[in-house]
Design a protein around this ligand. Structure first.
Ligand code: ARG
Length: 493
């Protein structure tokens, strides 16, 4: 069994059992193993370029690293005996090519800048994947909305029937929230995509390293310039976890709606059986378990954020081993968000909405009363508060007939006669119509089909732009990666 070469000089004895697993980050390091190989390749190319190592050393190191790149990091590297994947890979290299070459790879760097670089590399990949997944969710919302600009449904405040709206308007409200989540991730990406490499333990190094060189090879847009900041900072991870938390708060609200909407009280939606479970005792049950788990996953993601921010609170400058404990929170949050977004897309696109049931509810609970009050203002010149009081009193009396409104006007309208002003039952019936109430709400962002159609077009354009942004980022990373491997292979050939 390979030994942990890092410990060999300074410390006596191998660590065993619990202490070994306690200290090791191997489990979480599986997420960064591939990134570590890229970092090693870039670092060796830089050492060679700067003539810090001889070409003959480069020619020994690169083939071994390229083998790891081509075949993947072997299981034996992930042994808890090593504190982490960085030590594991170094030991593997020393064993493959001998200490004279393998023992030179770690010149001018530390695991501190190495791990920070690896996390950023993996994270930016994850972010691009999540931004794409978020785009899929937004696209599905827009697609369904496009079919339902005329589907009236009740809108709720305080969970009470409030005013009629449309299913399209409702779905676009979530799209709006998700598009801001997208923006947040895109902004965070810019801060993630900076290279800490070359900062070494924290005080940089006396070797003539070229930090820009490795940053470019690894596809970074620049450096985290201060070497102490570069190894100590995890705010980029906190920022992402905060963004994930905000995103998942919205996901959980949407899930809550879907859960409520699938009850037999509401029945606005039927989720595909694939996303539901049944009861082990009640044979009739169809439960929206996927939406429930997703609602709960938001809590797990908030927990990941809380765990991460607690880890850095009060840590002195610069690197402290505590930081190792933060990383698993990041991957846990990342995984929960990724899966949730994918399943949410499928759950929405396979759901069956029930326009008839929505229509049935749209006008309930005097939901068009606002429009009646507005009509009293518009057509008969009443102050809004007076009109509001009159209609409110009529609702209290139980109906919005002409007679009841007239009576209410006497009571709370300062003796105004609506009859004398010319109000008829037909006027009332016309403005209490659900579709009328929706159609007049044509201000930008309102539920009127004319407004929603404009919103749909604008949204589609924005999704197109956001999609192009991701493509551009993906291509940039892919090109950098190919260039790095090409350079390494050329030096070996
Ligand atoms: N495994 C560590 C981490 O995840 C990186 C190694 C730094 N170790 C150290 N003793 N300075 O943060």
């Amino acid at each position: 069994m390979r030994t942990d070469r890092v410990r060999l000089g300074r410390l006596s004895g191998e660590r065993k059992g619990e202490i070994m697993t306690f200290l090791s980050s191997m489990h979480a390091d599986r997420c960064i193993a591939d990134a570590d190989v890229l970092v090693d390749l870039a670092h060796v190319l830089m050492l060679d370029n700067q003539k810090i190592i001889d070409r003959e050393i480069t020619r020994k190191l690169l083939p071994a690293l390229l083998k790891l790149f081509d075949e993947g990091v072997p299981d034996e590297v992930f042994d808890d005996r090593f504190e982490d994947v960085h030590a594991g890979i170094e030991a593997f290299l020393i064993e493959s090519v001998g200490v004279d070459a393998g023992g030179r790879m770690h010149m001018g760097r530390s695991r501190n800048d190495e791990v920070a670089t690896c996390i950023r590399i993996r994270l930016r990949e994850e972010l691009l994947g999540q931004m794409s997944a978020l785009l899929r969710v937004r696209e599905v919302l827009v697609t369904i909305a496009g079919l339902h600009t005329g589907t009236a449904m009740p809108g709720f405040t305080h969970m009470q029937h409030a005013q009629p709206t449309t299913l399209a308007h409702y779905l676009l409200s979530y799209e709006g929230a998700f598009s801001r989540d997208f923006d947040r991730l895109r902004d965070a990406y810019v801060r993630v995509n900076r290279s800490p490499l070359g900062s070494a333990a924290f005080a940089s190094t006396g070797y003539p390293v070229n930090r820009e060189f490795t940053a470019a090879l690894l596809g970074f847009d620049g450096l985290v310039i201060n070497s102490m900041d570069a190894v100590a900072a995890r705010d980029f991870a906190l920022e992402i976890l905060a963004d994930f938390s905000i995103l998942m708060a919205t996901v959980s609200r949407l899930c809550e709606d879907l859960i409520f909407w699938s009850t037999s009280f509401v029945k606005f939606v039927s989720l595909d059986d694939a996303f539901c479970s049944t009861s082990s005792i009640m044979p009739q049950k169809k439960n929206p378990d996927t939406a429930e788990i997703m609602r709960a996953k938001s809590g797990s993601v908030f927990g990941a954020f809380a765990g991460a921010i607690m880890t850095v609170k009060g840590l002195p400058m610069s690197y402290n081993r505590d930081l190792q404990e933060l990383t698993p929170h990041l991957w846990r949050g990342t995984r929960d968000v990724t899966v949730s977004l994918r399943l949410l897309t499928d759950m929405l696109s396979s759901a069956t909405f029930d326009p008839e049931r929505m229509k049935e509810e749209a006008g309930k609970g005097f939901s068009t009363a606002t429009e009646l009050a507005d009509t009293l203002v518009r057509n008969y010149g009443l102050p809004f508060r007076t009109a509001h009081n009159i209609v409110g009193r009529a609702v209290q009396k139980g109906n919005l007939s002409l007679a009841t409104l007239e009576e209410s006007a006497q009571e709370v309208g300062g003796g105004i006669s609506l009859l004398k002003k010319g109000l008829t039952q037909k006027n009332i019936d016309d403005v209490l119509d659900v579709n009328f109430s929706i159609s007049v709400r044509g201000a930008p962002g309102g539920p009127a089909p004319s407004s929603v159609k404009i919103a749909l077009e604008d949204t589609k354009k924005q999704i197109g732009k956001d999609s192009a942004y991701i493509d551009h980022r993906v291509v940039k990373l892919k090109n950098a990666n190919e260039e790095l491997i090409k350079k390494a292979r050329e030096l070996v050939a």
